[in-house]
Design a protein around this ligand. Sequence first.
Ligand code: BTN
Length: 252
Amino acid sequence: MYKIPANTLFMGKNLVFVPECPSTNTLAVELSQQSPVKDGTVVITDRQTAGKGQRGNSWEAHPEQNLTFSVILKPGFLPVKNQFYLNIVISLGLVDYLKARTSDPTYIKWPNDILVHGKKISGILIENQLQGSAIAGTVAGIGFNLNQDNFKTDNAISLALVTGKSFDRSSEVQLILEFIEPRYLQLRRGDYSGLMEDYLTRLYRRNARHVFSSNDILFQGIIRGVDEWGKLRIETETGIRTFDVKEVRYLD
Ligand code: BTN
């Protein structure tokens, strides 16, 4: 039922659809381990039964209403130390897609939650397979709330709730892939500064004072950006501090 995108060079040209699976990320890793898989291969399902989220959380999506898929990438050109740029590529691809669908502003909550109206519309889980100093393969899992009209939590939203319309899943995946591909090509040609600049422009709560916690200690700070390893840079009263994903939480 999912069509191959017409307007990409390679992204999604190889499309693996399964009606149901525990996790498209897990399936994509398994497929990559069984035999060589082409750059841009997409694994997609309508019903994900054990979706994985960041920080060991689960990802829940009403079946047949949302998008749950994983893109297999082969970024052999990317040094391991720059692997955060893969998060930037996927986040910006989704932001570009959302710009085509709504005039409501979209933000990226570090490291890669996509927000509209301050609520999460999409989550990304990137799993890299490293080989020495190279990235042998990447699985970029995307959960996108498309047509779901109610959520258990107040922090989530769907494109249908934002726009008042419902969307065809196949057309929307194609369009998302059409927006991710140019961002990936931007990375492939080494335009790190262009990617970082666009990422920072969309960074949620940048340059505004907020409360955070680290090791259960609360502190006030101002997000100033991310460093080249993807750590969050927060200006505090003792100077700039940098944090890894598990080291800081947004509190207010
Ligand atoms: C997060 O925000 O915590 C990341 C959520 C990522 C969910 C997607 S759905 C498709 C892919 N398969 C998974 O098991 N997880 C990702």
